[in-house]
Design a protein around this ligand. Sequence first.
Ligand SMILES: C[S@@+](CC[C@H](N)C(=O)[O-])C[C@H]1O[C@@H](n2cnc3c(N)ncnc32)[C@H](O)[C@@H]1O
Length: 275
Amino acid sequence: MADAALVAFLRSWLPRLGLRWPGYRKVRGIIGKRLKRRLAELGVPDLSAYEGVLVRDPDEQARLDAMCRIPISRFYRDRATFDVISQRLLPEAAQRATARGDNAARCWSAGCASGEEPYTLSIAWHFNVAPGWPALRFTVTATDADETLIERAKVACYNSSSLKELPPAWRQQAFFARGPLFCLTNDFRQNVHFELQDIRRAMPAGPFDLIFCRNPVFTYFDEPLQQRLTGEFNSRLLPGGHLVVGSHEILPGAASGFARLAPGLPIYRREPRDP
Ligand SMILES: C[S@@+](CC[C@H](N)C(=O)[O-])C[C@H]1O[C@@H](n2cnc3c(N)ncnc32)[C@H](O)[C@@H]1O
């Protein structure tokens, strides 16, 4: 498949799905391979013939949308950010939950892939926070639009490459070997609840102390969708709560109600609202 044809196709179709071309520039090879496979399955000769199928068939548009999801993730992904999360954001969430008389601190991992991010939070809480707040529960709601990923997340077994950024002591204590895979023990799984949800259509009610939306929305979604979802995140955060985005992501220009925690950190604090 010629790169120029792929680029023209993506530039034309991504906006119709609420997605943006600049987010896909670097990963277009992945989408190109998926499209090539799909064209072969359908017996369609090229992308312009495939456009005809898309125009006629809304189900095929949903399939294209699914082909545009990028499932890359790792435990403790972006170490510098996770250091701040585990040493500062989680203990602060514990303090706020205790101060408001709550029995739990609550997080949402939006676009959780195969569970690497929500389980990292569970592990970090267990080792860094739980010893100081033994009576406080920690819950993570983890959502993704991809059913296969959610099912994989529930199984919670991973290749060693998924664990390479996790602190070695945590890796040793949280996982057991099963053949070539490393499986998470039950202690770290029971407080993580997975739901199949397309964030454009549904999301958990909350409210949450922390929301993680790292690498689906602010890279791949178009600006109007980013604006709308930023507002939805804001309304689901408890006072003092934080929104964490991907390390190369920033909130859209006109987003209000958030202040960046520090320059260069992909973490935003919910600003106080008028009473
Ligand atoms: C690049 S991964 C990021 C995983 C994790 N948050 C991280 O940063 O390591 C993006 C995830 O977002 C999910 N995703 C993409 N579009 C979505 C949508 N509309 N609703 C919910 N999840 C979506 C994908 O299936 C994928 O698992």
